[in-house]
Design a protein around this ligand. Structure first.
Ligand SMILES: [Zn+2]
Length: 182
C-alpha cells in the first residue's frame, strides 16, 4: 500500500486504543482511503478481575482479545491490520529495548503510516508498559525518519495520546495547542 492515509496506533493493553484514539478513527472511518493499523504489546492478561464477576473459565488475556475485537466491531471500524506482540502484561519494560524497537519498527516500515500515535514519556497513567511502548515507538519512528528511504520532509514526531486535560493544557508539551503540526 502507498501509506497515503494510514494511521498507526501503538499501545500496550486492550482498551488503551479505545480511550486513546477511537474518536479520531471515528472521524475518518467513512473515508475509503483511510487505513487503520493497531498494535498491542500485550493482551492485558494480568489485569484485575472484579470479584463481583464469576470466575472465568478462560485466561483473561484471551477474553480481552475477544473483547477488543468486539469493541472495534461495535465501533464500526475494525483495524485493517491488528498486531499482537504477545509480551507479558506488566513486563513490557523488561523486554530488551532494541527488540521492542525492532518489532514495532518492522510494522512501521511495512505500513509507512502518515501518522503514528503512541504514549508520551509520561505514559498517560505512568504505567511502565505504556512508557516502554511509547519510548520504543518513538525510537522506531526516529530511526525510520533518519533512514535512507525515509521521506524526511513529510515525517513529524509521533503523536502522543493523552487525556483531554493533557491535550488542552498549553503548559504540557503534548498539548494539541502546542503542537501546530498535529
Ligand atoms: Zn494500558
Amino acid at each position: 500500500m502507498d501509506g497515503s492515509r494510514c494511521l498507526a496506533l501503538v499501545v500496550a493493553h486492550p482498551d488503551d486504543d479505545a480511550y486513546g484514539l477511537a474518536g479520531t478513527v471515528a472521524l475518518h472511518e467513512h473515508d475509503p482511503g483511510f487505513r487503520f493499523v493497531l498494535v498491542h504489546a500485550t493482551d492485558g492478561g494480568a489485569g484485575l478481575i472484579d470479584p463481583a464477576y464469576p470466575p472465568a473459565s478462560q485466561d483473561l488475556g484471551s477474553i480481552r482479545r475477544r473483547e477488543m475485537d468486539a469493541a472495534w466491531i461495535a465501533h464500526g471500524r475494525p483495524p485493517d491490520r491488528h498486531e499482537w506482540l504477545d509480551y507479558d502484561d506488566g513486563a513490557v519494560n523488561q523486554v530488551p529495548f532494541a527488540e521492542l524497537v525492532e518489532r514495532i519498527g518492522g510494522i512501521l516500515a511495512q505500513e509507512r503510516p502518515d501518522v503514528v500515535a503512541t504514549f508520551g514519556p509520561e505514559g498517560l497513567t505512568a504505567h511502565p508498559d505504556h512508557i516502554a511502548v511509547g519510548a520504543a515507538t518513538d525510537a522506531a519512528f526516529t530511526r525510520r525518519r533518519s533512514g535512507p528511504a525515509a521521506p524526511a520532509a513529510r515525517l513529524r514526531p509521533p503523536l502522543h495520546v493523552g487525556t483531554l486535560e493533557q491535550r488542552t493544557d498549553p503548559a504540557r508539551p503534548e498539548a494539541v495547542g502546542s503542537r501546530p503540526d498535529v
